[in-house]
Design a binder for this molecule. Structure first.
Ligand code: GRF
Length: 203
């Protein structure tokens, strides 16, 4: 499978996928990495791994629609089977999410449906949650609302700050996210595009 990864920042999840690709465990090829932020460290990670790294700065566009249109054109040049949002910090238009429905996945740092949106680690602590985690899900028009594929939970400790908690959650993300990509590449994951989108995971 051909994979395009979208990032905005550090790209530690991207790195986890690159590592799996290099050890032959990803089941697909990352053919391009695209960032909406020019300085994103993940772009260096891609280049270092010999992967095409491109930037599409959202600030150069007047509105969300025109950015998403240009992004879609840039992605589709690579004819991907799967688009992976790995710390891509942009809200996407329904036209864009519809175009990639069933072939675009995201990782969100919470136990969805809890804590959609930003600052999830601090919000989980403030809410007094016993556990926190991350979820990989198919992307639909609803922000952080698409059907879940796999989820990992960690216990919140009394001494946790949002930084220590984020670190433990991300450690788990780096195992879980490449695994979900592998399942997709193996044809074991399917989004059913009926009224209530749901996911099947085949053996
Ligand atoms: C991750 O914590 C992910 O859950 C969230 O953004 C972060 C991206 O980190 N969506 P990185 O760029 O992969 O290091």
């Amino acid at each position: 499978a051909r994979i395009v990864v979208l990032i905005s920042g550090s790209g530690s999840n991207l790195q986890a996928m690159i590592d799996c690709q290099q050890s032959g465990e990803l089941g697909g090829d990352i053919v391009a990495v695209i960032s909406n932020r020019p300085g994103a460290k993940g772009l260096e990670r891609a280049t270092k791994a010999g992967i095409e790294a491109q930037c599409l700065d959202h600030k150069a566009f007047a509105d969300r629609e025109s950015f998403d249109q240009a992004l879609q054109a840039q992605i589709d040049q690579f004819q991907p089977d799967l688009v992976v949002l790995a710390g891509f910090m942009r809200i996407l238009t329904p036209t864009f999410t519809e175009h990639y429905l069933g072939r675009m996945i995201n990782i969100h740092p919470s136990l969805l449906p809890k804590h959609q949106g930003l600052n999830t680690h601090q919000r989980a602590i403030d809410a007094g949650d016993a556990q926190h985690g991350a979820t990989v899900h198919f992307v639909t028009a609803e922000l952080d609302g698409g059907p879940g594929i796999v989820q990992v939970a960690v216990d919140i400790e009394a001494k946790d700050t949002s930084e220590t908690l984020a670190q433990r959650v991300q450690y788990q993300e780096h195992y879980m996210f490449p695994l979900a990509v592998q399942w997709f590449c193996q044809g074991r994951l399917r989004l059913h595009k009926d009224g209530n989108n749901h996911v099947s995971l085949f053996d």
